[in-house]
Design a protein around this ligand. Structure first.
Ligand code: SF4
Length: 314
């Protein structure tokens, strides 16, 4: 059922019966009804209980199995919608991805991508970064916000890579989360995209969308990750994460989701939470969906949008 069908039209035929023009009034005067008769005439028949409508019958809670089937179908639809889904941070190796992911806290991937070219030019390896002068690094990463705390994390994690992991980014979750500033989310991003280890990345977009789709009611990212992991095979985890985040950034926004332009609408229990007018909804679409540049300065070749502008260029 599409969004237009959900709205439905409820026009009545409205053909009120008219008196016949040739009907004559009774010639014989009628006897006045007795008070008892009046009472009889006024009595309304007891209304029969209406049979339950189909819509009401459908409103019974969705079974777990039905939810899993719907969730997998949404994933398939998203795969068709975003065949080019990818991590939206620019990186050339695991170290750059790790650093970029740490920097992406509380800012956009675009802002990180506009900042990292200068950072990696100055400190291309963990050894170089561990030896950085803090104030100089702070100046470079200032555009990403929280630059003092982030500098501290980057100095700490690059020193740990140099001292504990031979200058290499480890490919195991339990090692990654020991690095300063690296939590489970960052570790999963690095594992999924630099090591090919399946991982579900629960960021703000992912959490919001899976709750809108009623795949889970959990708020805690670790619990969300665990419940979503039960729904999908491991092989889907990394790409599912990208697709869901792509959808959250382009169509299913936090404040005003573009429901009227959303191909997932027929499968979405939260349809109507945002703009349902198709024309108004289309104007809300972002990045390549809205005909604008993406977040990466160096997007993958299959990306249909334009590369993002460098810092200060737009
Ligand atoms: S229909 Fe609306 S709430 Fe549902 S996924 Fe689409 S944009 Fe989000």
């Amino acid at each position: 059922m599409g969004p237009a069908e959900r709205v439905g039209s409820a026009r009545g035929t409205g053909s009120a019966a008219k008196p016949k023009p040739d009907s004559k009034p009774d010639s014989k005067p009628k006897a006045e009804p007795t008070p008892e008769r009046k009472t009889e005439r006024k009595a309304e028949p007891t209304p029969k209980p209406k049979p339950k409508s189909k819509a009401k019958a459908k409103a019974k809670p969705e079974s777990h199995l039905a939810m899993v089937r719907r969730a997998r179908r949404i994933n398939r639809e998203l795969a068709e919608l975003y065949p080019y889904a990818h991590p939206e941070l620019d990186f050339r190796n695991a170290f750059e991805l790790l650093v970029a992911t740490v920097l992406s806290a509380q800012t956009t991937d675009l802002r990180v991508n506009q900042t990292t070219p200068a950072l990696f030019a100055a400190y291309p390896t963990p050894e170089d970064m561990a030896a950085a002068v803090p104030e100089e690094m702070e100046e470079i990463i200032r555009p990403t916000g929280f630059f003092r705390a982030k500098t501290k994390s980057l100095l700490g994690l690059s020193a740990a890579l140099r001292d504990d992991f031979d200058g290499e980014v480890p490919g195991r979750l339990e090692d990654l989360v020991t690095l300063p500033g690296v939590g489970r989310k960052t570790a999963n991003v690095v594992l999924g995209n630099a090591f090919g280890v399946p991982g579900i990345t629960v960021d703000t977009h992912f959490g919001r969308l899976v709750r809108r789709w009623k795949w889970t009611e959990q708020e805690d990212p670790v619990k969300v990750e665990a419940e979503i992991a039960e729904i999908f095979p491991k092989s889907e985890w990394t790409m599912l994460s990208h697709r869901v985040v792509f959808h959250g950034r382009r169509i299913c926004h936090a404040r005003n989701p573009a429901c009227g332009a959303c191909p997932i609408a027929p499968l979405c229990p939260s349809y109507g939470e945002g703009e349902t007018d198709p024309e108004k909804a289309r104007k809300l679409l972002k990045y390549e969906m809205g005909g604008r540049p993406g977040q990466r300065l160096s997007p993958p070749p299959e990306y249909p949008g334009a590369p993002a502008p460098a810092l200060g260029a737009g």
